[in-house]
Write a protein that binds this ligand. Structure first.
Ligand SMILES: [Zn+2]
Ligand SMILES: [Zn+2]
Length: 366
């Protein structure tokens, strides 16, 4: 079928809206009409080349939700008309990682992503007969997508699809970093460095985990205000005050410091706020080949550092839990959408994301 999509020809280029050919779903795949796709820092990292995540030309976008239009052969558990969120953690079920209950590291999916294809390594997207690559097996800056069914989760129809899209990456990552990666204890003290889409969901994850003190740190007052709305008990504007000194003043130090920017300087600041026996969780994604220099003294006090991929999410269970929490009013998503845009608004919306403005811009289709 013919679809309209935003195509990126290379690192640093701007999106071109083109009519592409999209092949039918193969075994284990779904054809989905995209309803909404959030603009995530991982998209920006691919555009700017901070991470080399996909060959070009490519259709970017991965934080998406939509409606199933066609179910590929041998694909159980899905029906035409089902509402789904799509994710960047499809799993083959048979590689070593899948077999040892670590499907988020599925090597079949990793190989497919590195060649811009789906599980068999080939692409369903083309332009005038030339291959166009899928980004992270999702490629949702497009009217329709073909994705591996194992990365999709059916959600109840009362869940609004634009807010469901946020769950598929920013919320799973932020909430999961708190609940799964760090396993934040009730009554603990938490600091969150960076209050973009993921950071704000770390803040609300900490609220849902029952943290006593939740300190949000950013350089824009607008985001700090949002952080208060979703659960921060204290905020620090790091452009006007020293976050380490301020955190110590508020609570002496934290049990968990989350860094959601992927920058050495903020990681060093976050490490400086961790109290005895506490930990630093690296949620932000660092540049390819980056190194870190950190003061080693705190290790004597059993302070620890942990990496985080996709909030250590248990995809299906966490999505259902988060949808339920949105519908019963415990998870705040309406507040996180700063703007809804069309395909032609992508370039300027990414400029705003690059400048650190707003929480989440979401591409929506009628
Ligand atoms: Zn993302
Ligand atoms: Zn696998």
């Amino acid at each position: 079928m013919k679809i309209k999509a935003a195509v990126l020809d290379g690192i640093g280029s701007t999106f071109e809206i083109r009519e592409l050919d999209l092949d039918n779903p193969q075994s284990g795949e779904l054809l989905i009409k995209v309803a909404a796709s959030g603009l995530c820092a991982s998209d920006l990292n691919a555009i700017d080349g901070k991470r080399k995540l996909v060959p070009f030309p490519a259709v970017i976008g991965h934080e998406a939700a939509g409606v199933i239009v066609e179910v590929g052969p041998d694909t159980a558990g899905f029906a035409v008309g089902d509402h789904v969120i799509m994710s960047i953690v499809p799993s083959c079920g048979s590689c070593d990682y899948c077999a040892s209950a670590r499907p988020n590291y599925c090597s079949t999916a990793g190989n497919a992503m590195s060649v811009g294809g789906l599980f068999d390594g080939t692409s369903r997207l083309s332009h005038n007969g030339e291959k166009v690559n899928h980004f992270l097996t999702v490629a949702s800056f497009a009217e329709y997508v073909v994705v591996p069914a194992s990365g999709a989760v059916v959600i109840p129809k009362e869940m609004p699809l634009d807010r469901a899209a946020l769950i598929s990456c920013a919320v799973l990552t932020g909430y999961g970093a708190v609940m799964n990666t760090a396993q934040v204890r009730s009554g603990s003290r938490v600091a969150v460095f960076g209050c973009g889409g993921v950071g704000l969901n770390i803040v609300q994850g900490a609220r849902m985990a029952g943290a006593r003190t939740i300190i949000a740190i950013d350089v824009t007052d607008e985001k700090l205000e949002l952080a208060r709305k979703v659960g921060a008990t204290h905020t620090i504007n790091a452009s006007t005050s020293d976050p380490i000194a301020e955190v110590k003043k508020i609570c002496g130090g934290v049990d968990y410091a989350f860094e959601a920017l992927g920058r050495e300087s903020t990681i060093q600041q976050a490490w400086g706020t961790v109290d005895v026996d506490g930990g630093l969780i690296l949620v932000g994604i660092l540049k390819n080949g980056a190194t870190l220099t950190l003061e080693a003294g705190p290790f004597i006090n059993e302070q620890w550092i942990k990496g985080c991929y996709f909030g250590s999410a248990n995809l299906k269970a966490d999505v259902q839990k988060l949808v339920k929490n949105y519908l019963n009013g415990h998870l705040f998503l309406d507040e996180l959408i700063s703007e809804r845009i069309g395909l032609d608004g992508l370039n300027s919306a990414f400029d705003r994301l690059r400048a650190g403005e707003g929480a989440r811009n979401v591409l929506v289709f009628d």
